[in-house]
Design a protein around this ligand. Structure first.
Ligand code: NAD
Ligand code: UD1
Length: 346
């Protein structure tokens, strides 16, 4: 009789946040033992109860800051962690321009402290939440991973600095196995309708704004720019369902294992996108169909710092991770609406 090996343990920093919570579910489903750490700067403890309600399983949770090296090292050692997915960080572009030092402290300082704690605990499998924002103004499209990087705001520069740190670290010691995943535009929610993107205050990003307009909580969507040189004049992005994105993390962690595609490579950057660009108005129309509600909109001036159009070349992820985005824009809108409706019901 063969005995199944014990599940591997993975720590998710920022594990109660939007992408972290969906990834916790996907990793749990894939058989990992998932430990969560979050300082609750942009998350609610209620998410923990929802993860437990969805899965029927407990998730060890530590309320801690990734910059607290001793606390993180204690969690890594105490929980027998073998790999880390690092979501924790701040992500508001405007805020990063107003207060760059806090962004470098939290994002770059947080990553350095976490990596030091990992080295001390002898944990060297690392998946990092990077962003398509590192590419800056497109020299060509779709962006592939060889596209030059030139972040255009402090938030993007924190991601780029961390990628450079990771590259240096991997070059210094070939025991590290590191994947930096460059996400495109994550939207949507888990099928349960219990977790999703629920920003505080007036949303900056398109999908949460559209959700609240459809629900009647906000009056009208301002479409930032209707005169771009794009299919209908509005901005084009590569929207990716957050559940696809979560599954991309499972694939990345599995690919980092010995004998797998990234198992021999100390450091890789990989795009996680669908490869398809959708305009603001295409998303609005898809949302109206999915919710059966009107989404009133008005033309507004271009938003400073916005690029007209970008989308991913996703073939590296397919080749190395055996992963590709599967869920449609309709599914992204329908799941967002289901989450919005559940929230409204309380
Ligand atoms: P989120 O804000 O929902 O999640 C981040 C989590 O990290 C939050 O729960 C927050 O409380 C926690 N956190 C922040 N600073 C911390 C610290 N110092 N110590 C411990 N916990 C801390 O954001 P998200 O959308 O889930 O994003 C996750 C990661 O993905 C971030 O690094 C973000 O920059 C990156 N990313 C997000 C997007 C996006 O559109 N959502 C796109 C590209 C990259
Ligand atoms: C934003 C971040 C980017 C981050 C990405 C992840 C900015 C400037 N950039 O990208 O760093 O990696 O999220 O998801 O914040 N739009 C409207 N009306 C709105 C809101 C948005 O028309 O009320 C348009 C935007 O002009 C853009 C598109 O919708 O064309 C998507 O915007 P958004 O959801 O904010 O994402 P990005 O700007 O692509």
């Amino acid at each position: 009789m063969s005995i199944a090996p014990p599940p591997k343990t993975v720590l998710l920093t920022g594990g109660l946040g939007y992408i972290g919570s969906h990834t916790a579910l996907a990793l749990h489903e894939a058989g990992w033992r998932v430990v969560l750490l979050d300082n609750l700067a942009n998350a609610s403890r209620a998410v923990l109860g929802r993860l437990e309600a969805i899965t029927g399983a407990p998730f060890p949770f530590y309320e801690a800051d990734v910059r607290d090296r001793a606390a993180v090292e204690a969690v890594l050692k105490g929980e027998g962690v073998q790999a880390v997915v690092h979501f924790a960080g701040a992500k508001a572009v405007g805020e990063s321009s107003a207060d760059p030092l806090s962004y470098f402290d939290n994002n770059v300082g947080g990553a350095v402290a976490l990596l030091q704690a990992m080295a001390a605990a002898n944990v060297r499998q690392f998946v990092f939440s990077s962003s398509a924002t590192v590419y800056g103004t497109p020299k060509y499209l779709p962006y592939d991973e060889a596209h030059p990087t030139a972040a255009i705001n402090p938030y993007g520069r924190t991601k780029l600095h961390i990628e450079e740190i990771l590259q240096d670290l991997a070059a210094s010691d070939d025991r590290w196995r590191i994947a930096a995943l460059r996400y495109f535009n994550p939207v949507g929610a888990h099928d349960s309708g219990l977790i999703g993107d629920d920003p505080n205050g007036i949303p900056n990003n398109l999908m949460p704004y559209v959700m609240r307009v459809a629900a009647g909580q906000l009056e009208v969507l301002s479409v930032f720019g209707t005169d771009y040189d794009t299919k209908d004049g509005t901005g084009v992005r590569d929207y990716i369902h957050v559940v696809d994105l979560a599954e991309g993390h499972v694939a990345a962690l599995e690919a980092l294992q010995p004998g797998r595609a990234l198992g021999e490579s100390p450091f890789e950057v990989v795009n996680l996108g669908s490869g398809v660009g959708h305009s603001v108005l295409e998303l609005v129309k898809a949302f109206e169909r999915a919710s059966n509600r009107p989404v009133p909109w008005k033309a507004a001036p271009r938003r400073a710092g916005d690029l007209p159009e970008y989308f991913a070349e996703p073939s590296k992820a397919k080749a190395l991770l055996k992963w590709e985005a599967k869920r449609s824009l309709e599914a992204m809108c329908a799941s967002s609406w289901a989450f919005q409706s559940r929230q409204a019901e309380g």
